[in-house]
Each structure stands twice: as C-alpha cells, then as structure tokens.
Design a protein around this ligand. Sequence first.
Ligand code: PAF
Length: 293
Amino acid sequence: MDAAPLPSSPTSALAVVRAVADLRATVRDWKRQGFSVGMVPTMGALHEGHLTLVREAARHADRVIASNFVNPTQFAAHEDLGKYPRQQEEDARLLAGAGCHLMFAPSVEEMYPDGFATSIAMTGPALGLEGDFRPQMFGGVALVVTKLFNQVQPDVAVFGEKDYQQLLVIRRFVRDLDLPIEIVGAPTQRDGWGLALSSRNAYLGETDLAAARQLNGILAQAAAEAASGRPLPGVEREAYAAILKAGFERVDYVAIRRADDLGVFRNDVVDAPARILTAAWLDKTRLIDNMAV
Ligand code: PAF
C-alpha cells in the first residue's frame, strides 16, 4: 500500500496516501470499524486557516482526511498554477499537529489520467463576481471536489467562508447531484491586523502586506454603512476608491449581495442577510475577502 508513515507528531500519526485505491482501502477499513469520516479539501501551502478547518472536521467526525492537490482544472492558462506554493512535507507536519489522520496527495496523473474527458458546467451561484473574472474556476472546483468526494465518500466536509462564493457553489452542486455529504462552512481566520489568511499572502512584500492589511477595515466600514440603510451603489463606489487609495493597483469588484445566493438587491438597499465581497490586485497577487453585512 502506497501510504508512507510520516515522522510522528505529539498529537497524531498521519498517513500520506497518493493513490486512490489506497485511499479507498483505508476509508473502507475505517468505515468497517464504525468511524465517521470528515474531509477538508485543500491545495496545500497550509496555514492556520486550514488547520482550523481540520479541527472543525474533527468535531464532526472520528477520522479526518485533508486532500493536498493543486488542481490544474481551476486555473486559467495565465494564472499562477506554476508558482502556486507547494510544501507537502511541512503541510504533513502541520496536519499531524492539528489531529488530521490522513493526507491525500495525488499526482495530476492520478486525478486526471490520460484521456480524461469530463467537465462540469455550473450556473446559479457560480455566475458573476469570481465567475466573471475567473470563468475557469468554479467548473474546475466542482470537478475536483466531486472527484474527491467520490474517492473519499466522507460524511462531512468543511470549507472556509474566506472563499464564500466557492462555499455556495459547493453547497449547490452537492444538493444538485444528491451527494450525501454535510457541508460545513467555517469562519475566515485573520491575522492580528485583520488580513484574511491565504496561501497567496506568501507572495506579498512588506509594502503590499501593509496595503493588504487595510482591506478588512475598508470592508467593515462599507458593511456598517450598508447595514445602516445607505444605498448600495454609493457604498460600493466608496469602498472601491478606498481599496485603490490603500495601495491596491486594481479592483476586480466590490459588491454587496444577498448572502444566500449572491443575488443583487433590487432596491439598492440591504433588506435581507447580505455579504460584502471583493477581489483586488497588489502587483501580481490577487486577494479576495468578504464579510457579513
Ligand atoms: O479552496 C481551495 O483551496 C480549492 O478551491 C479546493 C476547494 C481545494 C479545490 O481545489
């Protein structure tokens, strides 16, 4: 079996599995013993945000699997697939410390063998916002997460609210495809300045980091104004300008949308649970963030 034991950690022993067949054998064995299984899909380069998801999964299930796979189908040709940070040994050490039982780290060939010919197209929550600027992304996410869910067959899976639109997309296809998996959303983890933890923060130099750390305050201010009943176009325009003033070079969007389906507010004021979402660029690094209004 292709499961290399890693150096033991104070809190748990972690197996690293690279083949789907070995993954299935382990899960089968766990299920035979009556264990429930939780899953945290990741692309590696793990930080405290991911570890919080692992701990959350452990609250819901007896055994926790984290996948570690930089998924090529969710990147467009011009995006950062090649330079996306990869550090699997360090990831395994972190996962062991967080109480994860197994890291599934397949190769691209294992996930997408020669002749792979299937894609998933989505509408609904996949349209607009990220869907406008990264048209490749949600089809690729739906494809890889569906594959991971079929490979692991977890009882529960945990995703961060940091990728809020992704969370809605995943909830949608899980319902649409009748996958018997509970999807749990976990709050965004932030650093001491309020910057949402992200693997892409590793790209930021000192000046860009200082700018990035203003994003949270700008969103919080806009959220408070929207909640007080101010018309949304003005609030969004001011937030857009404030993000540029903070030092970002480009803003893809700042939008206040319905929290349940990311639909627009027809009357331009918040009259139901809402979310403010943004994506903006510091040099070649694209950051996203969002919060409840
Ligand atoms: O959020 C991510 O890291 C990825 O989009 C996911 C869900 C692991 C799919 O590759």
